[in-house]
Design a protein. Structure first.
Length: 344
């Protein structure tokens, strides 16, 4: 269970060795909800919420991480126990792999999986929108061509920078086609002109940015539990306090956030009251966050899909893949295990 606090004034403390959430109703009365600590996996705190030191201690005792979120869903920081998720040998191997040919191979894998995930979503939309068959077929062919070019890339005769830049260029072109197509599938009131981030220029991007932010926090936790260093990346730049591996590893799973947000808009679950106009753009408000997170948490944790021959939730798949990646780094330099794209 993910405990998500986004109501202004909500307070988390401990009562009878359990988490207790208190918030004030509109009529001034206090609403209280008690949760057993062993049932909580993560605690997400939005702006204007608070917690007690006893709640922090209880979370640490039960291996529950506490994540502080910005208004756009980006993780600002987290409270986590001081233990490593696994042996430090994994981090040593991660550093080595980031400097040799395995780095390029994993970048190729992640970007290829990202583009395949986008194609999966578009093919899924095609089943339910026969009037757009020709349009979707054309976009899918263009994206498939770019995906094949990514798969065919080889580092021979190219520097790592040139090779990686070419891959990211192909992936970027596929992304523009993909979001152009998603926009076209929406009602005119929700259509958008490409991706926009800080701030979002439209409601769809505001929801998508928040969904990505929550997914970033989940990816970071999965990497830490697997014993990996979130800051040592393979593709994204090494920079001060830049969690490069989080931005790398999230790529094959972004279409989960895309699908969750698109489903809400296409299903008419979102209206203008879910967002506020802010300086330079649009921001989700409390109502919008409740709409998104109710659906998103169920999509990630409640819905079961088939993966590698077993029934799993998407949240458990993320943890499984992080551990598999860590174990591959412990193998020989030739033992780079290619993952598979997770269906919707």
């Amino acid at each position: 269970m993910q405990l998500h606090l986004n109501t202004y004034g909500a307070y988390l403390h401990v009562k009878d060795a359990m988490f207790d959430v208190r918030k004030k109703r509109d009529d001034g009365t206090i609403e209280s909800k008690t949760l057993a600590a062993h049932k909580v996996q993560s605690i997400w705190l939005g702006r204007g919420t608070s917690l007690s030191s006893d709640a922090v201690r209880l979370a640490l005792m039960h291996n529950v991480d506490i994540v502080f979120l910005e208004n756009n869903g980006q993780p600002l920081g987290r409270v986590w126990h001081s233990k490593l998720g696994s042996t430090t040998r994994i981090r040593k191997c991660q550093l080595e792999a980031s400097l040799d040919e395995r780095c390029l191979q994993w970048v190729k894998t992640w970007l290829g999986q990202k583009v395949e995930g986008q194609s999966i979503l578009l093919r899924d939309l095609k089943k339910h929108r026969p009037q757009y068959t020709n349009y979707l077929d054309d976009k899918l062919l263009q994206i498939a061509d770019l995906q094949q070019k990514i798969a065919a890339l080889a580092p021979a005769g190219m520097t790592a920078t040139d090779w990686g830049g070419t891959m990211q260029g192909l992936e970027g072109t596929a992304g523009r086609l993909y979001f152009e197509t998603l926009s076209q599938m929406l009602l005119p009131a929700w259509q958008f002109q490409g991706r926009s981030k800080r701030p979002a220029q439209d409601a769809f991007n505001a929801f998508l940015n928040y969904a990505y932010g929550v997914l970033y926090a989940r990816v970071e936790k999965a990497l830490m539990l697997a014993g990996l260093d979130p800051y040592v990346g393979f593709m994204h730049r090494d920079d001060y306090n830049h969690k490069s591996l989080v931005f790398d590893f999230i790529e094959p799973y972004r279409h989960w956030a895309d699908k969750a947000v698109f489903t809400l808009f296409a299903g008419k679950k979102v209206n203008q009251s879910c967002v506020d106009i802010v300086t330079g753009g649009v921001s989700m408000n409390k109502q919008g966050k409740e709409v998104l997170m109710t659906h998103y948490n169920e999509y990630l944790e409640g819905e079961i899909i088939r993966y590698k021959g077993r029934n799993r939730t998407r949240a458990s798949i993320l943890l499984l893949d992080a551990h598999a990646f860590a174990q591959s780094l412990l193998g020989s330099k030739d033992a780079v295990e290619m993952g598979e794209v997770v269906e919707l």
